[in-house]
Design a protein around this ligand. Structure first.
Ligand code: ADP
Ligand code: MG
Length: 261
């Protein structure tokens, strides 16, 4: 098999809080091939965001290794890590993280401050907005956009440098179910049509079911890893009902997901 895009090996992440130490990751292992679309589930505090931040090269493991496209990035300097992040990764935030005074197109231009002239930047930002169906809102400020539209601007910003990997930490967490569906459809299309590897964190089984694979975390580790083999036509669990991911519940999840024709 070819070199995986992501290989996380026995990763730990300790946070020191005064005298106490929090083990946010405690031996997490994960391998992701280029072109996969993976959902990460798990209870609050199970280490999902800590893992995503490491995968995004926003943070490093305390111990263990992270190989991105075969290169060990676990102990790179901040500058080098930022370069790698620039090259490979787009990140989508739950709360969009748009700058309120900038228009949509200017928000999308932000990751391109270096290395291109103004006209090229503008053209790339407009193309990214068009890709997420938002060209007609290019000159609106975030306050003039719905939550779903703001998140699409967030995806365009993640997309504008043509990353191989898009990481989205609860991208639909602030959205109603209709806007969620549109965001998930956009991520699916980026995966299917543009070949971008996608990882998203979600609490909702119907959102996770849009992925090809569901990884469950608990206590800082990956405790279950399921590939979805059949198309999901209808969610079987209401969107409002979060999945309590545990080793015991996931075999049930698989039969529900696969049975949902
Ligand atoms: P999740 O995203 O699954 O809710 P997190 O990765 O955010 O989990 O958190 C895992 C654990 O690490 C939690 O106990 C959380 O309180 C702790 N934690 C996360 N970030 C920090 C931080 N910056 N400083 C201290 N503790 C943190
Ligand atoms: Mg989190």
């Amino acid at each position: 098999m070819s070199t995986p895009l992501i290989k996380l090996e026995n990763a730990t992440r300790l946070y020191r809080m005064g005298d106490t130490e929090v083990r946010a990751l405690d031996g997490a292992d994960l391998t992701v091939q280029e072109g996969e679309m993976t959902a990460i589930m798990g209870p609050s505090g199970s280490g999902k965001s800590s893992m995503m931040n490491i995968l995004a090269c926003l943070d490093r493991p305390t111990s263990g290794r992270y190989l991105l496209n075969g290169e060990d990035v676990s102990s790179l300097s901040d500058d080098r890590l930022a370069e790698i992040r620039n090259l490979y990764v787009g990140f989508v935030f739950q709360s969009y993280n748009l700058l309120p005074r900038l228009r949509a197109v200017e928000n999308v231009e932000l990751p391109m401050v270096y290395g291109r002239d103004t006209r090229q930047r503008r053209a790339a930002a407009l193309a990214a907005l068009d890709r997420v169906g938002l060209a007609h809102r290019a000159n609106h400020r975030p306050a003039e956009l719905s939550g779903g539209e703001q998140q699409r601007v967030g995806i365009a910003r993640a997309l504008v440098k043509k990353p191989r990997l898009i990481l989205a930490d609860e991208p639909t967490g602030n959205l109603d179910s209709r806007s969620s569906e549109a965001i998930i459809a956009t991520l699916q299309s980026l995966n299917r049509d543009d070949g971008i590897t996608i990882m998203l964190v979600t609490h909702e089984l119907d959102v996770a079911a849009a992925a090809k694979r569901i990884v469950a975390m608990r206590d800082g580790r990956v405790v279950n890893d399921e590939r979805i083999t059949q198309r999901i036509v209808r969610p079987v669990v209401p969107a409002s009902q979060p999945l309590a991911a545990s080793p015991a519940s996931l075999p049930g999840l698989r039969s529900q997901v696969e049975g949902a024709q």
